[in-house]
Design a protein around this ligand. Sequence first.
Ligand code: SAH
Length: 447
Amino acid sequence: MRKNDIFEIEITGMTDDGRGVGRLNGMAVFVPYVVVGETVRVLLIKITKTYAVGKLIEVLRPSPHRVKSECSAFYKCGGCALMHMSYEKELEFKRSKVKDCIERIGGFKNFEPCDIVPSPKSSRYRNKSQFPVTPEGIGMFAAHSHRLVESDDCLIAGENCRAVIKAVKYWMKSRGISAYDERSGEGLVRHVCVRQADSGTLVTIVTSKTALPEADALVDELKNACPDLSGVVQNINPKNTNVILGSENRIIYGSPYLIDNIGHVKFRISPMSFYQVNRAQTERLYSIAEEFAELKGHETLLDMYCGIGTIGQFMARGAKKIIGVEYTPQAASDARENAELNHVKNAEYYCGKAEYVISDIIKKGERPDIAVLDPPRKGCDIKLLNALSEIPTLKKIVYISCKPSTLARDMKILNDLGFKPKKATPVDMFPRTPHVETVVLMSRVKG
Ligand code: SAH
């Protein structure tokens, strides 16, 4: 078995990142863009001691779940991994990934997650999209690389992204504005970010330098392209880094804030604050968390990793007190503003790392009954989980996770600390990508 050899293999499983797995002489071969059950011809492009990577050349026996992708950038762009399979099959993959992580990493044998909640929209569902700009054009990056795949559209991005990309392209070309080149560090425009909410569309132009020539012309083009344009922000990122946004924002037009409604609550969102990307599905996600919390009205609820205060304020009507903790100062200040906007009088916010702030909260005499945890992909710091287990009044944890493997790791830790998993519901927040959100309820074992 050597690199550049061609083999026929049967796909028998899938990896967490949505690639198919087959076997050659007992060795695992990972192949993108295939469906379980298919027989495919692959070119071996990488061989290591323990696994190989194959490139799909031909599908010899297609799965009945194979569909034709309508995206012209699919197979090249690194954004979506699953556009070649039916949505039904995608949901099945995601639920089994959650079950598998909870069993294998969490150590909970025969744990059955509830049915996965499908997204109301499987295309054009994102309310936030970021497009890299390079001397080669505007588009998306290929998987695990900074090679640009030029494209005028993205099928999971919001409806108006196409018009915004076109407008920025025209502005750059007609006004002689340069694109940033990572290799040389020369050039101006690095990214175009589009964020949409009920109050309108915010476009952020990320530049390498402070000066932005022809800004008025840019605003005119964007106004024409995007009838609900509510703001244009310039974000300055002079660093040679993979991080998209720099720390400085300048308002070019309108307002830098967006306002969005989720069910009975509304939120002000700052340009740098986290906000769920699939709005229609967010309401379902929060409703499941609320259902798992089963608030009676007398509880103090910890909203850890609260962002702009969304989950706690969504649930505030059922609790006595909400205590939110958020690391990003701007998001924490949005959370305070949002509490006023929603007339939520029983919420208090701390800015800092959840794993450190928790002890201040307890020292102040708070006695939380329930904790909602919604950490980033890397999951919770073990210090936080230990601290939560030491709060005698804490009976329930509702854990919302965007990464099943770190969720399962933390479930195992919490289990050892005396909390048992009661139920888990996978929620498809990110159709066409391999990512899946999960809400888990863990309750303290009595005695
Ligand atoms: N619950 C919110 C935000 C979830 S995203 C919502 O549904 O909208 C995770 C949030 O955790 C981000 O806002 C991020 O800034 C914040 N964060 C990351 N690490 C943190 C830490 N150690 N302590 C507190 N917040 C943290």
